[in-house]
Design a protein. Structure first.
Length: 215
């Protein structure tokens, strides 16, 4: 009996989850606010670098109230090594001010409210929802986009459209973990520009490899 696209996707995710049991958010945080800040800083920057920057940043500006009134130059200097530091500092401060003014100093817990914050897109919002609030969120970064296209799960280029297709394809309770697992797989094996297909645990299930068969 021919399996549905959803069934094939579920099989692939089951295999990958067994291969990457340690897959989780690589950013260090102790609160929703810290995760929100770290995720904003992670744009065009490695998680390793962000994790080196945030301890000092949070000592200087522990919460949104402190960051909202921080001298912009000091904030820029604190995050300089993450790249695009002027734009990130501006977004962080505007985001902090919005959280203080509109959300009583607490990070909001809905996608709609999160993406309304300065500097926060759907990817950042879904990271916060899935990891800080245990609300399923499908994160689409460069790894997830690349792998989902290689697996034939989507033909879209727009991350928002890819997110919608993956949410239809995978069960809701799998969204957050699927993002972590695909990111780990993208870093380890399904790399850009050339994947290590001979080492891939789902090679036989991947249409990119030209051999799609049941295990």
């Amino acid at each position: 009996m021919r399996r549905s696209k959803q069934q094939r996707a579920a099989e692939i995710m089951t295999v990958l989850e067994r291969c990457y049991p340690e897959a989780r958010c690589a950013l260090h945080y102790q609160s929703p606010w810290q995760l929100l800040v770290a995720t904003i800083l992670s744009a065009q920057c490695t998680d390793v670098r962000v994790n080196k920057v945030t301890p000092g940043l949070f000592r200087a500006f522990p919460g949104p109230a402190e960051m909202a009134i921080a001298p912009l130059g000091e904030l820029e200097e604190a995050i300089r090594s993450t790249g695009f530091f002027r734009n990130k500092a501006k977004n962080l401060q505007q985001c902090a001010r919005c959280i203080v003014a509109e959300h009583a100093g607490q990070v909001p817990q809905s996608l709609e409210q999160l993406v309304a914050l300065p500097g926060v897109g759907r990817k950042t919002a879904n990271v916060v929802l899935g990891n800080a609030f245990a609300t399923p969120g499908m994160v689409v970064d460069t790894h997830v986009k690349r792998i989902s296209r290689r697996l034939g799960w989507t033909r879209q280029e727009d991350p928002v459209k890819i997110e919608a297709e993956l949410c239809r394809l995978l069960s809701r309770d799998k969204w957050t973990q699927a993002g972590h697992t695909l990111i780990f797989h993208g870093r380890a094996i399904c790399k850009a520009p050339t994947p290590s297909c001979s080492l891939c645990p789902v090679e036989a299930l991947c249409p990119k490899c030209g051999v799609t068969k049941s295990r």
